[in-house]
Design a protein around this ligand. Structure first.
Ligand code: PRT
Ligand code: MG
Length: 215
């Protein structure tokens, strides 16, 4: 097997926050995904390429070996399930939290007390289902692919489960956080076969990432 390595990243915060870790491993991406239309980006190392995919597709590319390794949020990994993936390092990047939020005027606590069956909109069906089941709450989950913050404003849902970092999006839409479900950060994920077959090439990169991500 060739020792060429493919790293799967998503555009935006994950790409930006992975760059310093790559640099620590001596790898520099030589094209900017925000301006380039290329989906396969070269690096200063002819044996390392970066592919740009949707954040939620990173685990899939790595699971099937189309990428040897990648960086994905814990939110994405929980929904994917993590099959075929080795998850050696929490990179402590792209940090945020997963929360339940409602419209400022909605009395979430009393709705729960009264045993109301709430409608909850989210992209994170598995994580949300687990969270409400653990609380013994019956909810109807509505799957959305984005802009969850809109759902309570237009009567699609009573509550949302979404990611929050500064809280600015919630505030701008008159929503309030009522439950903190978990802290989220991004993890390095490695294809299990690649880890065995390309260990010599991968291990120094994993070591450099680990060292650089210790705060
Ligand atoms: O955008 P796209 O639909 O293509 O995919 P994506 O939203 O999954 O990708 P991206 O790049 O936005 O997020 C990639 C990863 O970054 C996520 O899987 C998370 O692990 C992590 N991350 C960290 C975040 C945030 N912070 C974050 N704030 N992902 C999304 N957000 C969104 C959030 O959903 C909400 O709409 O930002 C908004 C809230 O931000 P504040 O600062 O207003 O609170
Ligand atoms: Mg996004």
């Amino acid at each position: 097997m060739s020792q060429k390595l493919t790293l799967a990243l998503s555009k935006g915060r994950i790409f930006e926050e992975t760059l310093p870790l790559l640099k620590a491993a001596g790898i520099e991406v030589t094209e900017d995904p925000e301006t380039s239309r290329k989906l396969i980006l070269p690096t200063n190392d002819p044996l390392v390429n970066v592919i740009i995919v949707r954040a939620s597709d990173v685990p899939t590319y790595v699971q099937y070996g189309a990428a040897d390794f990648g960086v994905a949020g814990k939110d994405v990994l929980l929904e994917h399930g993590g099959e075929g993936l080795y998850q050696p390092i929490d990179l402590e990047i792209a940090k945020c939290r997963m929360s339940v939020a409602v419209s400022a005027g909605f009395d979430y606590a009393s709705a729960i007390r009264q045993g109301a069956r709430l409608r909850v909109a989210t992209k994170y069906l598995l994580t949300a289902r687990e969270h409400f089941a653990a609380k013994g709450m019956h909810v109807d989950l509505i799957k959305l692919y984005g802009s969850m913050e809109l759902a309570p404003l237009v009567g699609l849902a009573d509550a949302i489960v979404d990611l929050v970092s500064t809280g600015g999006t919630l505030r701008a839409n008159n929503l309030v956080e009522v439950e903190h479900i978990m802290d989220i950060s991004s993890r390095l994920v490695v294809n299990q076969a690649a880890l065995k077959l390309k260990r010599e090439r991968l291990q120094p990169i994993l070591d450099a990432f680990e060292k650089a991500s210790i705060k």
